[in-house]
Design a protein around this ligand. Sequence first.
Ligand code: CO8
Length: 258
Amino acid sequence: MGFHNLKTNLEDGIYSIVIDREEKANALNAQTMQDIEGAFQEVYDNPEIKGVLITGAGNKAFVAGADIKEISEINYMTGRKFAESGQEIFAKIENCPKPVIAAINGYALGGGCELALACHIRVASENAQIGLPEVSLGLIPGYGGTQRLPQLIGKGKAFEMIMTGDPVGAKEAQSLGLVNHVVEQAELIKKAETILRRIIARAPLAVSMVIDCVNASQTTDDGYQTEANSFGNCCKSEDFVEGTKAFLNKRKPVFQGK
Ligand code: CO8
């Protein structure tokens, strides 16, 4: 199956998905989100696929977020809908009955961090920078970050990361439990594959039930709806217009709080 902004490959049961928009730091535009959904449909449908490894093209970024140029044009209604549909796609990753590992090879910001959070396991290279900088754009995370980050690292540190918008480096991410392992960039894919191979050697039905059970321990359906509604509300603020304009014009934003 061919995709516009993904490279995929299936070898020995491991399906590798590479987000491939290197010139835009692998930012998630609508096409890329559609591709990711299609790729995961393939994961669900193809019995040859035993596990998934997802990474970004190049050695600078995993994914630097949702495409800011595209989202600068959304409003309350479309913003909420975009958030809901992205949440649905990432839920498909989280609930995938086969193990999914993110190999974070650089910036994992905003929607990129949220993509990694939706995967079952995260491994990072030493240059990784992971964060949710949406408040710098007059926004909040909209693809599940406000739910999955506190689940993973606890409320206090999640509040700090989401409210400051500051990313953490790979070592700090590891100490927070945000990533399981940190390795040199040249070793990243090998490390992720080694873990995935150990998992896919186990009983597939049992592994899929582990995924169901661990996910069931963290259900927060209302939280996701609150996130999508609040994301939509941000999209009708003047701060959002200013924040995204400032990024696209490569200047610092001046927020008014309205
Ligand atoms: N969207 C669009 N373009 C991007 C993005 C992005 N998120 N990130 C980088 N790019 C582009 C840059 O504009 C630049 O393009 P060009 O060469 O045409 O000017 C190119 O990628 C390379 O980037 P830089 O020149 O900025 O490279 P640097 O090494 O200087 O910096 C960074 C790399 C630190 C990653 C920097 O690009 C950056 O800060 N990017 C933005 C990060 C960010 O704010 N991400 C959050 C986005 S909002 C979000 O993810 C919301 C998710 C929820 C959405 C819910 C519904 C829509």
